[in-house]
Design a protein around this ligand. Structure first.
Ligand code: ZN
Length: 332
C-alpha cells in the first residue's frame, strides 16, 4: 500500500474523527501522565515506554507521527521513557482485560459456519464471540460484583473487554489467573480441549453457561448442523420448523426437548465445548501488557477499534466495519 496515502488517511482520522476524550470511557485520566503507550510507526517499527503529559499531547503525537497502531499499557509510579523503561519503574495498576479472538476458535468454527482459512470471519462465527461476551459480562457482574465493563472491537477478528472498576486495577497476576480459571469451561486448546467436569465449576455459573450457550446455539442453528450431530432427519426438521414458528425464540419447552435429543446422541458436552468462551489467558495475566488503544486504527485493516454498544451488538459484523484505507485499496 502506498505509504504516503496511508499516512494521510491516518492523519486525517486522528485530526478530524478521533476524539481523545473518548478514552475516558476506558481509562482513568487522573493517572494519564504515568501511563505507558506503545506505537507501530509507518515503517513498521515498534516503540513502547512512551508517556504523555496530557491527552492533548497524545492526540498531537498521533496527528504528527501517524502511527499505524497505537497501544495502551499499565500505570507506573513515574512516566515511562526510553531512559526510564517500565521494568525500572514501580507498577501501579492495569485495568482487568479480556482478549477474545476468532482465531482461537479455528478448531470448532467448521461446525458453525462455512469460513475457510484463518483470515475469514462472518456473522455466523462471530456469534461465538458474542456468546463469550454475553457470558463473561454477566458473570463478572453477577458473581464478581463488577459493574463498569466496556467491550471493544479489536479492529480485526476479535474483541477486548476492559473492566474499569477501581478495585480490579491493582489485582495481581494470581488473582487475575483465578478469575480466568473461574470462567474456564473448557480445559486445553484446539481439538483436544475438553469440557471441565461438572464439579469443577460453580453451580450457578455452570447453569448460566448452559442456558446462554444453548440459547445462542439454537438461534443460529441450521438443519445440516443437527444432522451432523447425529440427530435423525425428522428431529432436525421438527426442531428447525419449531424455531421458525417461534421466530427464533427458544422457550423452555423447546430447549428441554432439544437437550433430550442431544443427550440421546451423547452430544450435550460437545456443544458446550464448541461454544465455550476461549479467552487468551496470557493477555489477562500479563500486568504490563499493551492493548490496542480504544478508538485507534488497526494498521492491517484500517478499521477503528471502536467501543461496542450493547444495543447493536448482535448485528455487529466485523466485515461491515468501514476501513480508512478503503479508498487507497480501490486506487491500487
Ligand atoms: Zn464464519
Amino acid at each position: 500500500m502506498n505509504m504516503s496515502k496511508r499516512r494521510i488517511a491516518i492523519r486525517d482520522y486522528y485530526a478530524t474523527e478521533f476524539d481523545v476524550d473518548t478514552l475516558t470511557q476506558v481509562i482513568d485520566f487522573s493517572s494519564f501522565s504515568t501511563r505507558e503507550f506503545g506505537f507501530v510507526s509507518l515503517n513498521g517499527k515498534f516503540f513502547r515506554n512512551i508517556a504523555f503529559e496530557t491527552p492533548d499531547d497524545l492526540q498531537d503525537f498521533l496527528i504528527d507521527r501517524c502511527p499505524t497502531d497505537a497501544y495502551i499499557g499499565a500505570v507506573y509510579d513515574n512516566p515511562p521513557s526510553r531512559k526510564r523503561p517500565i521494568h525500572t519503574l514501580e507498577w501501579i495498576g492495569h485495568e482487568l482485560v479480556f482478549d477474545i479472538d476468532i482465531n482461537d476458535y479455528d478448531a470448532v468454527r467448521k461446525y458453525v459456519c462455512d469460513c475457510t482459512g484463518a483470515g475469514q470471519v462472518c456473522l455466523r462465527c462471530w456469534q461465538l464471540i458474542n456468546v463469550s461476551i454475553s457470558l463473561i459480562d454477566e458473570t463478572l457482574r453477577r458473581d464478581f460484583g463488577m459493574n463498569d465493563i466496556i467491550w471493544l472491537f479489536s479492529g480485526r477478528r476479535g474483541v477486548h473487554g476492559w473492566v474499569r472498576d477501581s478495585n480490579t486495577f491493582d489485582l495481581d497476576r494470581d488473582q487475575r489467573q483465578s478469575i480466568i480459571d473461574y470462567l474456564s469451561i473448557i480445559k486445553g486448546e484446539d481439538e483436544t480441549a475438553r469440557v471441565q467436569e461438572r464439579k469443577q465449576l460453580k453451580y450457578e455459573f455452570r447453569k448460566r453457561t448452559e442456558s446462554t450457550i444453548f440459547r445462542y446455539y439454537l438461534k443460529n442453528i441450521r438443519r445440516k448442523d443437527l444432522v451432523e450431530l447425529g440427530l435423525s432427519g425428522n428431529v432436525a426438521t421438527n426442531t428447525i420448523r419449531q424455531l421458525k414458528h417461534q421466530d427464533g425464540y427458544v422457550d423452555d419447552n423447546l430447549a428441554r426437548s432439544f437437550n433430550l435429543s442431544l443427550a440421546r446422541v451423547n452430544k450435550y458436552d460437545e456443544i458446550l465445548r464448541r461454544w465455550a468462551p476461549r479467552i487468551d489467558h496470557k493477555v489477562t495475566i500479563d500486568l504490563r501488557r499493551l492493548l490496542r488503544m480504544p478508538t485507534s486504527i488497526h494498521g492491517k485493516t484500517g478499521k477503528v477499534a471502536r467501543i461496542l454498544d450493547f444495543e447493536d451488538f448482535f448485528d455487529f459484523n466485523p466485515e461491515d466495519e468501514p476501513s480508512i484505507f478503503s479508498d487507497i485499496e480501490e486506487q491500487r
